[in-house]
Design a protein around this ligand. Sequence first.
Ligand code: DAH
Length: 333
Amino acid sequence: MEKLDNEIQRSFDTIKTMEQLETFRIHIIGKKGKLTTYFSALRDLDEVSKKSVAQKLNALKSTFETLYEEKKQILTTLELNAKLEQEYIDVSLFNTLHSRSFGHPITQVLDRIIDYFVNMSFSIQSGPLVEDDFHNFEALNLPKFHPARDMQDTFYFKDSFLLRTHTSPVQIRTMESHSLPIRVIAPGSVFRRDYDLTHSPMFHQVEGLVVDEAGKISFANLKFILEDFLRYIFGDVRVRFRASFFPFTEPSAEVDISCVFCDGAGCRVCSHTGWLEVLGCGVVHSNVFKAVGYENVSGYAFGLGVERFAMLLHRVNDLRSFFETDLRVLEQF
Ligand code: DAH
């Protein structure tokens, strides 16, 4: 019994795991354990020795049980701590999941553009993204083999269907389905085979069209609204109209604002001209009215690129970064 007592004391010191502890428990008080065998050996003793030996065995058993419970406590705590250490979760890693939502920068700029025109009593029109040759080109005074078609690198489908290269076909669709007066903008996505710092295959335009009886709409109306609009968007800038060419307008103009980066002094962004081109416009060409069967009317039209506006407003130099869906970039706006 003394030997067993020693063994018990020593062994508990060397036990390092719950598994070892269980093996040791079976070794001592399991069915065939050492202490259990001693208890069964009691029956071979006479009454007097039986009593004193039983007392000692019980004392030994209770010592074992106390040490066993102590060890079990310690090992449980150690194993739990090790598990917690190993399965530790750094909740701060998922920070972005908890950030609040925000509008895409292009949507934000588009919303501001739309706000202006809605306040000026324009209504909003839309048209299909898959267009036919008639609406995208022909009716806009761009007959087949017209050299101006080359300006627009078109994605074609079969049977002269295509992805619209501009929002101008909505001009045609609006006139086909509405009567005078017409006062609309048409925001939407457009598609061209282009990919570089300032071009992506999909981008957004806003088209404008105002038509009324002959003599009611003039270039002066166009000039007023676009100057007012550009100051609403860009703040205190100078606006200039420069003669240009578009097949669907005559006369046509491109509109520049004084450079928002150098305030007109000349810098790299404005190629040292002090001006930035921001939209195209003009008086609607008579051939366009002819294509939709309108007679004795007058009107103006304009078209702008939303991404270009966003780049100038936010000083972004790679247009493609708007579409790479990197939240770290987008959430800055
Ligand atoms: N559709 C032209 C383009 O995509 C932009 C444009 C220019 C639209 C002049 C117009 C306009 O309505 O009058 O480049």
